[in-house]
Ligand binder design. Structure first.
Ligand SMILES: [Zn+2]
Ligand SMILES: [Zn+2]
Length: 272
């Protein structure tokens, strides 16, 4: 079995701590074949420049790209290092998004929605007294809009709010209420030949499932989904590759026989 981690953060992300080189060495130690460095670029925050609460994306993302390029050359033949970016909220400010995409000649772009327009990241929200179903409806509507954005390769952590809603409330929302929205997202991904990410970080959190879970990955497959990427969302070297085997197992049980990594935005299919 070939293990690749298509979602990792280096110290060029505000919330992560290890260098690209340390992340790559961890990947080699764990026997991975490839790693994509996908540092955060929360597109609409680019406009704040150096005053951005997450640090200056004008500095962080070109540095991430340069670090990953160095690692790619250093570990050639040992580890495939793919130069990526996790592009947050690309639809909130398209001129910022255009700038984000010009920071480097990336191999791989993950598209994410971490927060709704004019609202906090789900990570920072307080869920008491909130109508969770309404919130999730708005979330999936924004993801649907984001899914149609042309300049990315894989849609990250489809069920991102659940990571925090379940931790905050102790309850698991019923996603059957959002089946139509989720199906609409899947249909756009399939039509536009985009990948769906299986993000395995949830296996090690309160929710204890991948994002999305196996039932949704199967639904994506049943609709005709072809491309899956698998990522840990590691924010430290000790998490690199952790859970990729379980992620592959979820893909296999859901009916996939291959998963993808992306080089120069082209899928490379890996048998599972
Ligand atoms: Zn994310
Ligand atoms: Zn991430």
């Amino acid at each position: 079995m070939i293990f690749c981690d298509s979602h990792t953060h280096s110290d060029n992300s505000f919330d992560a701590k290890n260098t690209v080189d340390e992340m790559c060495r961890a990947a080699i130690e764990r026997g991975l074949s490839a790693i994509a460095v996908t540092d955060h670029c929360e597109a609409p925050f680019i406009r704040f420049g150096a005053d951005c609460e997450f640090g200056s994306f004008d500095e962080q993302i070109p540095k991430s790209f340069a670090d990953a390029t160095l690692a790619r050359d250093k570990y050639q033949g040992q580890l495939k290092v793919l130069r990526g970016m996790e592009l947050g909220e690309p639809m909130h400010d398209l001129s910022c998004t255009e700038k984000a995409l010009s920071y480097g000649d990336f191999d791989f772009i993950l598209a994410s929605v971490h927060g709704l327009r004019n609202m906090l990241d789900f990570y920072y929200m307080n869920y008491s007294g909130i109508n969770i179903d309404d919130l999730l409806k708005r979330y999936f509507d924004e993801v649907c809009e984001t899914a149609a954005f042309p300049h990315y390769d894989s849609l990250a952590h489809l069920t991102y709010p659940l990571r925090y809603i379940i931790a905050g409330t102790g309850k698991t929302p019923d996603l059957d209420k959002h089946a139509d929205s989720i199906d609409a997202i899947f249909k756009i991904l399939i039509k536009n030949k985009k990948a769906l990410e299986i993000n395995v970080s949830g296996l090690f959190k309160e929710m204890q499932t991948t994002l999305p879970d196996e039932a949704l990955v199967r639904r994506f497959r049943e609709h005709g989904g072809e491309y899956i990427t698998i990522g840990t969302d590691a924010h430290s070297a000790d998490m690199v590759g952790k859970g990729i085997a379980q992620g592959i197992e979820v893909a296999r049980r859901a009916g996939f026989t291959q998963y993808a990594i992306y080089e120069n935005h082209q899928p490379i299919m890996i048998d599972i």
